[in-house]
Design a protein around this ligand. Structure first.
Ligand SMILES: Nc1ncnc2c1ncn2[C@@H]1O[C@H](COP(=O)(O)OP(=O)(O)O)[C@@H](O)[C@H]1O
Ligand SMILES: [Mg+2]
Length: 325
């Protein structure tokens, strides 16, 4: 779609990719960030699709809706117009859909499922499972109706950093399963999309040692496999401390007295210890932030929300993503 055809002169995020793959160490906020990104991309009038592939129903939990079926459905409206749809891709359903597409199985497909053949296929060959999941994501990303794209952007709440390379590297996995035929064709098509400028992989992290290390490792792996890294999204950040140095005990005493609060030696010493710990923690965060900057991938910082990620919090995260654009 050319710039002139865009619905509005952007209230939303304008990152170049069409398919946004969101990974990160588990628990860093992958699902929350993927949802906020889908909202931010939709803001101002676009249609986005938020997809999950791990059978966790994380999207339904986040939005407080019924578990998502294997069908796209409207999830929420975005600020300033635009819509977010959601889909939970299920490997079994994707396999049936896929078999049906190539072999016109119909009722035979349903029988297959009944006899457990599907379970067999998906349990035995993880590579096949991943090519089915990513294949469905590709289908949704590239789908058109009347030569018009159904979704302006697709956001994938992807597997965590430890599994992302293998998950996206479908060709290598399926090469061992199929040298030719529809599975090979399918995985080649998926691989081409995932390695094209249409796809960006974003890595969510916290300013903590393990997630940052996994971010560094994941970016090296993704890059070596030929995937484009979009953004490093630093989640749960706190505003910088007002003073650049450690407050003294004398200052604490004066401050407490001025505020009419008790300022016994015990209280002052306790507070001073806490201030020192906080200072050390912030210094560690600064050094981790530097490690991330050194990766040469644009960073986006999202605030730590005092009440966790509810609907209002999601809007805050989406707005922060829009603003950072
Ligand atoms: N920016 C944030 N501020 C506060 N809490 C957050 C933030 N991002 C995520 N969380 C909370 O952290 C937990 C994990 O988030 P989630 O998105 O489910 O992570 P993941 O998908 O990586 O496991 C949830 O309880 C969520 O509400
Ligand atoms: Mg999650």
């Amino acid at each position: 779609m050319g710039a002139a055809q865009r619905p509005t002169d952007r209230a939303g995020i304008d990152w170049p990719a069409r398919l946004h793959v969101v990974t990160g160490k588990g628990g860093t906020g992958k699902t929350s960030v993927a949802a906020a990104l889908a909202l931010g991309l939709a803001a101002g009038g676009r249609r986005t699709l938020l997809v999950e592939v791990e059978g966790r129903q994380g999207i339904a939990q986040l939005f407080g809706t019924e578990p998502l079926p294997y069908a796209e459905r409207h999830l929420v409206d975005a600020p300033g117009g635009g819509t977010v749809a959601a889909l939970a891709v299920d490997a079994e359903e994707a396999l049936l859909e896929y078999l049906d597409m190539f072999y016109k199985l119909g009722a035979a497909g349903r029988a297959l499922r009944k006899f457990g053949a599907i379970d067999f296929a998906t349990t035995i060959a993880p590579g096949l499972r991943d090519v089915l999941l990513t294949g469905k994501v590709k289908e949704a990303t590239t789908r058109t109706v009347d030569q018009r794209r159904v979704y302006d952007a697709v956001v994938l709440d992807a597997p965590p950093t430890g599994r992302i390379g293998r998950f996206l590297n479908v060709t290598a996995e399926t090469a061992r399963l199929a040298k030719m035929g529809p599975i090979k064709t399918q995985s080649d098509g998926v691989s081409a999309l995932l390695r094209s400028p249409m796809t960006a992989v974003h890595v969510v992290t916290l300013l903590e040692e393990m997630p940052v290390q996994e971010t560094v490792d994941a970016i090296a792996e993704l890059t070596s496999l030929g995937f484009g890294v979009g953004r490093v999204i630093v989640n749960g950040t706190r505003a910088p401390l007002p003073t650049g140095r450690l407050v003294t005990e004398a200052e604490l005493t004066r401050g407490l007295r001025a505020a009419g609060l008790p300022a016994s030696t015990g209280i002052v010493t306790g507070l001073h210890h806490e201030a020192r710990d906080l200072m050390i923690r912030r210094e560690l965060e600064d050094s981790l932030r530097t490690d991330l900057v050194d990766l040469g991938v644009p960073l986006v910082e999202l605030p730590l929300l005092p009440d966790g990620v509810n609907r209002a919090g999601l809007e805050v995260l989406a707005a922060a993503l829009v603003q950072a654009d």
